[in-house]
Design a binder for this molecule. Structure first.
Ligand code: SAH
Length: 248
């Protein structure tokens, strides 16, 4: 079981697989006023940076589940490196339908809401692992400006413009699901660059090390076209944020 190889190549050097900087991740942890010992569940935990740094900085404990074998290995190494391996656990697996017996104070899905079939399904899934009064974290894109055409939406790598909402609409949609939005931390264009532009050097180095790999042609194509596509479309039209929700 694994995710498509392209992500394991292009994001192999990322600690955060989202348009967030380490500073923004720390801002989010501080904004949530986490208490030591709070249990955090993270579906689609990637390389574990959120759990590991929050365990180090705020004393949380918790579990992450991720389908990428590589990212899960990196998460375990990071926990060792930060001295929090006794507080956080990383499971390599499919998080679809995952419900924890130990109810969490924070249940998160940050940039992987397809795990629950979309935002509302993911909120429903996370709610099953949450203790009463707990906080759900959803990391999700939104449109900074509505794409003028469907072609522009697709060049932002959306399936269609209806995949995402404008920020006020996204915030309102949480209300319609019966949740208060109690905090949010948003990406900006600079933090998007840290996510997207960091892939380019990784791709370049991978190509130099793996010129004969069956994937080399695809990676070469991406490296050639991505900077311009990203600058013209994703960077301009797509926002991203993590939203903290509490049931009304
Ligand atoms: N939350 C992390 C990773 C976000 S990227 C971070 O912010 O860094 C999306 C992650 O979802 C990837 O790590 C990918 O491996 C994982 N993923 C995709 N489908 C999944 C599934 N069905 N179950 C668990 N993880 C999944």
């Amino acid at each position: 079981m694994d995710i498509p190889r392209t992500f394991n190549i292009t994001e192999s050097a990322h600690r955060i697989h989202n348009p967030f900087t380490p500073e923004k991740l720390a801002t989010l942890g501080a904004a949530l006023r986490l208490e030591a010992g709070t249990r955090v569940l993270d579906l689609g935990s990637g390389s574990g940076e959120m759990l590991c740094t929050w365990a180090r900085d705020y004393g949380v404990i918790g579990t992450g589940i991720d389908m990428s074998q590589l990212f899960t290995e990196q998460a375990k190494l990071r926990a060792e490196e930060l001295g929090v391996a006794d507080r956080v656990k990383f499971i390599h697996g499919d998080a679809t339908g995952y419900v924890s017996d130990d109810k969490a104070g924070v249940a998160a899905c940050v940039g992987a809401t397809w795990i629950g079939g979309g935002v509302s399904g993911t909120i429903e899934l996370l709610a099953q692992s949450l203790r009463p009064g707990g906080i759900i974290l959803i990391g999700e894109p939104y449109w900074r400006h509505l794409p003028p055409t469907e072609d522009v939406a697709r060049r932002c790598l959306a399936g269609s413009s209806s995949d995402f909402l404008l920020l006020p609409e996204l915030l309102a949609s949480f209300g319609h699901l019966g949740y208060d939005v109690v905090e949010m931390v948003l990406a900006d264009q600079d933090s998007w660059d840290r996510y997207e532009a960091a892939k380019w050097l990784t791709m370049r180095r991978w190509l130099e090390a793996n010129p004969d790999d069956e994937f080399a042609k695809e990676v070469r194509g991406q490296l050639t076209s991505e900077p311009e596509r990203y600058a013209a479309y994703t960077r301009e039209y797509l926002g991203w944020g993590v939203f903290a929700l509490m049931a009304r």
